[in-house]
Design a protein around this ligand. Sequence first.
Ligand SMILES: Nc1ncnc2c1ncn2[C@@H]1O[C@H](COP(=O)(O)OP(=O)(O)OP(=O)(O)O)[C@@H](O)[C@H]1O
Ligand SMILES: [Mg+2]
Length: 285
Amino acid sequence: MKNHFQNNRRTQQQAAKSNACTERRPEVACRSGGNLIDMRGVTKAYETAAGSFTALDNIDLQIEAGKFVAIVGKSGSGKSTLLNMLTGIDRPTVGEVGINGTAVTTLTEDQIATWRGRNIGVVFQFFQLMPTLTVIENVMMPMDFCNVYPPLERRERALVLLEQVGVADQADKFPAKLSGGQQQRVAIARALANDPPILVADEPTGNLDSRTADDVLTLFQKLADSGKTVIIVTHERDVASWVSRVVTLTDGRIVTEKQVLQIDDCYSPFQTPQSAYTNEEAVHA
Ligand SMILES: Nc1ncnc2c1ncn2[C@@H]1O[C@H](COP(=O)(O)OP(=O)(O)OP(=O)(O)O)[C@@H](O)[C@H]1O
Ligand SMILES: [Mg+2]
């Protein structure tokens, strides 16, 4: 039987491909109660040799459009499993996942790949760039699958995205010639290729030095400021400096939620976003 690391590798490869899609973008879907993401009663149990193991336990999570959300927690707390539920890489045992008006849990495998290509850009800890394609070709690949942008516009769009993430000068190199931080920027450009409303990243800074990690978090923050909904799993200690919300998982349950106020919302003009936690709330005892 394959272990879950092998499964994770396989599903990452699937998701890297499905930063692409095969059909045209549909009409804009409606949002559920103002929330772009709406998880209700999501439980994920794995059958193991030792019996059933509950990796996620009755998760309720709603996220509005344009938020930058960090999911934190100890190793094994269920962070990657939660992301896999959001991206449709894996299915809940019980519960519903609604994203951008679509009930993801009702889609077939084929439908999910297409839906993900339009709606979610996925970024990985180890970048998952295609080594035999140049940087610009990596960014164009999801566009070639998806057909949202006409062929003659794709190279120009890829260059614009590479400029946006600060690596346009690397466009014609192969990924192996780039630093880790540069490769992660390319991976973010690739995730943006089809202009999805949501970006999801599992430990995107886990393989970067702290300064480069800060740069990548700042980039995600800018993308959220520009209207993308960004959800990252991270072990960065001071992630609250960048995000608008921190969701903490313990043993598959959401234990605390912290909303981070924007500076304009603070009572004191001297209060920093880092010190402006509010609404700390025990969601589950
Ligand atoms: N396919 C699987 N089969 C059995 N158990 C699994 C499977 N996938 C994950 N698990 C278990 O579910 C729990 C949550 O795993 P998950 O990968 O979501 O943790 P995580 O919070 O992402 O950890 P890390 O920080 O180490 O990446 C762990 O105990 C893990 O061993
Ligand atoms: Mg993980």
